[in-house]
Design a protein around this ligand. Structure first.
Ligand code: FO1
Length: 317
């Protein structure tokens, strides 16, 4: 079966996943792609329901992401935020005037009883997207970070307000033991030809998705057609706190460490040329490595990376 008949489900966080999806959509028809996106970064602020990873994926694929910040919308203005500042309000989390439209709409629709899955599809459709973008669950799961000081704070407080500078003792996902993957997520994992674990943060982006009741076991059952793209290149992360979090929580900060984390759910890993000498050690975990350029500096690099990942998972690598 050639690539353009394959159906692919991608477990996603924010920026790295969005870049990977941009590449994947050049090699697989959008209707055959399902993004399953972390919602444990979500929060309510100013009474608004905010879903950063869903918005980063949606905005990036719509060609509307703000390239200065890496999040929010391009061509942004900050009038609302400046008035908030005037009042000494909670302006630490930057909500631009255009981005606010998304949070206002999502909050209103949720208050009308719509599910996050439904609202996310409405927003994706409004931006002209054809792929399926799914929140990992319609239940509430929230990442909580316990610092070395034993203080436990919400993810966005850790990540944005404190600039992910604090040493971390533990990470847990409030609500994960009651939360279930949505029916659409379970159907996507059940029916797709390939599952890709995007180059997102294993600890705070992918782990919440795999923590949902039954999902880890469902992906593990098809590990032969599941492939992870390592987010760690040359011992560091391209963006964000992944390397620090892996180190704080006792994992090896390398492509091998990533292979070990996902060994029960993915039989394949794509690692960067900078880590070619680590390929042999991935096999210790019954994970087959493929080496290629994984730095998605250009869309065609992302497209090539997506093709390599699919070939690895369909054993044509
Ligand atoms: N990240 C920041 O570092 N500073 C911000 O002020 C900020 C605002 C923001 C607003 C909307 C949104 O969708 C994302 C935003 N992010 C911001 C990124 C956010 O913290 C994401 O959770 C990270 O990208 C990690 O996924």
């Amino acid at each position: 079966m050639n690539t353009n008949q394959l159906s692919v489900a991608v477990l996603c966080g924010g920026v790295g996943a969005a870049r990977f999806l941009t590449g994947l959509l050049q090699v697989v028809p959008a209707a055959n792609v399902t993004a399953i996106v972390n919602t444990a970064d979500d929060m309510v602020l100013h009474g608004l329901s905010i879903s950063p990873d869903l918005d980063t994926c949606t905005y990036t694929l719509a060609g509307q992401i703000n390239h200065e910040t890496g999040w929010g919308l391009t061509g942004e203005t900050w009038q609302a935020r400046s008035v908030l500042d005037l009042y000494g309000g909670e302006s630490w989390f930057g909500l631009g005037d255009r981005d606010l439209g998304t949070h206002l709409y999502r909050t209103q629709r949720l208050s009308e009883g719509a599910t996050l899955t439904e609202v996310t599809a409405e927003i994706a459709q409004a931006w002209g997207l054809e792929l399926n973008i799914l929140p990992m669950t319609d239940d509430t799961v929230r990442t909580r970070i316990t610092l070395d000081t034993d203080e436990t704070i919400d993810f966005q407080r850790y990540f944005v307000e404190r600039r992910h500078a604090d040493p971390v003792k533990a990470v847990h996902f409030d609500g994960a033991d009651q939360a279930t993957p949505s029916a659409a997520v379970l159907r996507a994992i059940d029916t797709c030809d390939v599952v890709v674990i995007a180059p997102s943060n294993p600890i705070v982006s992918i782990a919440p998705v795999l923590s949902l009741g039954g999902l880890r076991e469902q992906v593990a059952a098809r590990r032969r057609s599941t492939v992870v793209v390592s987010p760690i290149i040359g011992g560091s992360a391209v963006k964000g706190p992944a390397a620090d979090l892996l180190r704080s929580l006792g994992h090896e900060v390398s492509a091998v460490g990533v292979a070990a984390i996902y060994a029960d759910v993915a039989a394949h890993i794509v690692i960067d040329t900078a880590d070619a000498e680590l390929a042999a050690r991935c096999r210790e975990f019954d994970v087959t490595p493929t080496v290629t350029n994984t730095m998605m500096t250009e869309p065609d690099v992302a497209a090539h990376l997506a093709q390599v990942a699919i070939d690895a998972a369909t054993h044509r690598g």
